[in-house]
Design a protein around this ligand. Sequence first.
Ligand code: KG4
Ligand code: ZN
Length: 326
Amino acid sequence: MQSILGIESSCDETGVAIYRPDGGIVAELVYTQADHAAYGGVVPELASRDHVRKLPGMIRELLDQASLSPDELGAVAYTAGPGLAGALLVGASTGVALARALDIPAIAVHHMEGHLLSPLLEANAPAFPFLALLVSGGHTMLVEVAGLGRYRLLGETLDDAAGEAFDKTARLLGLGYPGGPEVARLAEQGDPERFDFPRPMVNRPGLDFSFSGLKTHTRELVERSEKADHADIAAGFERAVVDTLVIKCKRALKQARLKRLVIAGGVSANQRLRQALDRALPGQVFYPRPSLCTDNGAMIAHAGWYRRHEGRRDGLIAVRPRWPLE
Ligand code: KG4
Ligand code: ZN
């Protein structure tokens, strides 16, 4: 198997990478679009246009970095969904066109499967089966992973995703986008115990999540407090999200009788979440390095390698903005 080019363009990161089964990630580039910060969230049309502007040059630069010529590629993997339709189409049409021109397979990858398998890129990779907590800007899911492609959804968010809750809290506190890293930074200076925050749905059985109540609670708190209180609010909010995720992970591991937990997706870069999970489940938790937590091309190239037998040769360009993982 030769090198696989991975293309990620489902949201506001343009990611490209080359993965080789015998050499790991050979080269990678990620460009994070900056224009959205002014709007407090991703503007789909701006995202598509920025992918169009960036992607061709990034692929050229990537091949240079890897000292590869295009005809040394064995396949092209691209994110086919879920995500923003226009943004997905840029990566899909680029990927399929390139594969067709080179007469190699184009592999449609599920974005969340890319996240889910990303801890397998690390030296300390977990063996199947494991539980996966996928926490990103668009999803919060607990998935029982029996093996490749054998996924069972155990729980998910009923409203906002965990990353979305971080982004909305950041906006309430007047911080930038994406909000997760900004809230985490401010929280470092705060006292997480000063204000009471709910731990949504932990007293009810089941493995679903709900973060919209926490957001409302935060909004009310921000409205009756001052700027000087913001660090304590950020810390209290972060602690509430982390506690909720830890409680549900422990419950899910027990229920599914699993020993290993994988966390992936943008929010898994959160240091307080990692520390809390390590404390609660010593030796049982596996994560990708922080640069592989947020959206990137390497996880798509890597998942594409696992799915290499499903390459499409018909040249059809199809994306699935809503695509269940199971
Ligand atoms: O996986 P990702 O890059 O994109 C999606 O697939 O959605 O996740 C982005 C999300 C954003 O909501 C961002 O605020 C959050 O991940 N995030 C974090 C941190 N870094 C990124 N949330 C909490 N703490 C962080 N350090
Ligand atoms: Zn993602």
